[in-house]
Design a protein around this ligand. Sequence first.
Ligand SMILES: Nc1ncnc2c1ncn2[C@@H]1O[C@H](COP(=O)(O)OP(=O)(O)O)[C@@H](O)[C@H]1O
Ligand SMILES: CC(=O)OP(=O)(O)O
Ligand SMILES: [Mg+2]
Length: 385
Amino acid sequence: MSRVLVLNAGSATLKFGLYEAADCRLRGEVERIGDAPALRLVSGDLDTDGFAPADSGHAGVAEALLDWLGSDLDLEGLAGVGHRVVHGGTRLAEPVRLDADRLAYLESLEPLAPLHQPQSLAIIRDLMARHPSLPQVACFDTAFHRTQPRVRQLFALPRHLADEGVLRYGFHGLSYAHVTRQLPAVVGEAAARGRVVVAHLGQGCSLCALENGRSVATSMGFTALDGMMMGSRCGRLDPGVVLYLQQQRGMSVAEVERLLYRESGLLGVSGISADMRDLLASPSPHAEEAVALFVDRLLEEIGASVALLGGLDALVFTGGIGEHAAEIRARTLNALGWLGIHLDAPANARHALRIDGKKGPAVAVVPTDEEGEMARGTLACLDTR
Ligand SMILES: Nc1ncnc2c1ncn2[C@@H]1O[C@H](COP(=O)(O)OP(=O)(O)O)[C@@H](O)[C@H]1O
Ligand SMILES: CC(=O)OP(=O)(O)O
Ligand SMILES: [Mg+2]
C-alpha cells in the first residue's frame, strides 16, 4: 500500500501527516516555531519524547521532526513526501515531482512568499540530501485559483507587468479544495453548485468566491499579503503608505517587508498578540479595536465576494479563527442580515457544522484539512509520474 508523508510549513507551525492511501495514520503539528516549539499529535500513536530541536528556528525544528519521524518510520519505504509550497507562479499548478530545475524556479518566487516559501524549500532540500531517491512532491496553494477569469487576475497596472506575471494568484488553495469537496454533504448539492463564499481565517486569512465549485475570485493577490487583515500581516493597504515609509521614514526594503508581514495585522493594531484567542480574552481597548477592524475588514471582503457572485447561496468559515472563534462569526453574521442570513446562535456557540437558522443562505463551519488534500495530490502525482 502506498504510504506518503505530507509536510505543511506555515509561518509559525509545521504540520505533518502520514497517510496510507487515503487513510490518515498519524497527524500532528509543531507549534510556536521561533519561540518555544512544541510537538502535538492530533491523531496516531507515537511517543513525542524523542523530538528535541537544537534551536527554535524553522531549520532546527524541521531537522528534529525528520529525525523523530525517521527513528520510528522507514522514510525510505515511503512512496514519496508531499509538501505545501504556497507559490507556484505562472509555471506550476498541479502537484509535481520536484527536480533541480523546478526547485530553482520555486526559489525564484521566495520573495513573493517570505513567510512560507523559503521554509518549505529548505525542508525539501534537506530531504533530497538525506534521501536522494525518495520522491518529493510540491502541492501548490495557488493551483485552485487558476480557473479565475483573466479580468479577476489583473491589477490595474501597465500591461507589461501582467505579461511578466504580476497577477493575482491567490492562496490557501489546498484548504479551499478540501472545503469544496465537503460542500455537497454540508450545504446540499444545489447550494454547493451555486454561489459560495469561503472565509479561510487562520494566521493567514483570505476569502474565495466559488461558482459551481470553482474559484472565480479571491482576496489574496500576487503575494499572501493582500486582502483580509491577518495575524501579523496588514492585508489590503493603500500602496501610498509603502511609498511614505520608504520616502519619508527612510525605511529599507527589508524593514518595510518586516513591518507588513510580521508586525502588522492583529499584532500591530493591538500591540498585544497576533493570536485571536489572546485578543478575545484581553480587556485592552487596543485588543478590541483590532478585533473590530478584523470584523469590519471581513464584512468588506464578504461584501465584495457577494457582489462579484451576484448573490449568495452559502457562506463557509474555516481555518483556526473560522472554526473556533464563535464570537467573530457571530459579530460578522449579525451584520449580514441584509443578505438574508439568520444566525442560529446556540449552534454557532457549539461550533456546529450548520449555524444558519434554516432561512436564507446556508452558513457552515467546515474544519479544513490541507494535509489530507496534499496526501490526495501527492498520491495522484506519484501514480501518474
Ligand atoms: N478557540 C479559538 N478562539 C479564537 N481563535 C482561535 C481559537 N483557536 C485558534 N484560533 C486562532 O487560529 C489561529 C491559527 O489558525 P490556523 O489555521 O491553525 O493557523 P495556520 O495558518 O498557522 O495554519 C491562531 O492564531 C488563533 O488566533
Ligand atoms: C498562504 C498563507 O497565508 O498561509 P498561512 O495561513 O498558512 O500563513
Ligand atoms: Mg494556515
